[in-house]
Design a protein around this ligand. Sequence first.
Ligand code: NAD
Length: 220
Amino acid sequence: MFENKVAVVTGGAKGIGKAIAEEFRKEGATVCVIDLLPGGYFVGDVADQTVLEQFARKVIADYGHVDYLINNALPLMRGIDACTYEEFNYALRVGVTAPFYLAKLFMPYFAPGGAIVNISSSRDRMSQPQTESYTAAKGGISALTHALAVSLAGKVRVNSISPGWIDTDYTVYDGPDAAQQPAGRVGNPLDIANMVLYLCSDKAGFLTGENICIDGGMTR
Ligand code: NAD
């Protein structure tokens, strides 16, 4: 479905981002992952402006255009008791500033039919104690999605996904209890990757500015 398409995935070395990258590859896309972890297309911290500029330059030098931008890198979670000024800003740089700046850097290079998918969280609407940096980043990315969708309407579609509990390394320390989930299970990375590919496909050609919550009924 995605032959000759170029998909950029931030935080694509593990967890949900890895599943997104794998599903795109299965469908024939070329995938450019940027992650802190080594081994992928580009190793770097999306919180760093220079890194984002180097990364975008490399993608365009290598492929000349971009079709899909998936902003998925995981922002730091710190609560008001422990979170420093620097940590709070860092979470926002990873979770909000990087998605904004990558959209801006790639804007002139999006092919027709291009799409951005931002990975938010059900915590954009339902917080828990001591999660301020993460919750603020997720509220920010959900709001940024609406703003970008309007600014880029007719050129690039922009949607977000709010996952609930998804089984990844990140949720190990977050402690989800599958038995407490309305669906009787937590989600898996493929539950999210499937929706990312749908949102990028022509089947979602009139869908923009929307947030899709995938949480097995947790917030309803
Ligand atoms: P994960 O820890 O399995 O993977 C996160 C990836 O992001 C890692 O490869 C990590 O190296 C990379 N990353 C982190 N900071 C980075 C940075 N500054 N620059 C570049 N790469 C960076 O986490 P996950 O569960 O797959 O989370 C992926 C996304 O899904 C995140 O945005 C997270 O907030 C969101 N999400 C996850 C859940 C869940 O339950 N797992 C729920 C809601 C939302």
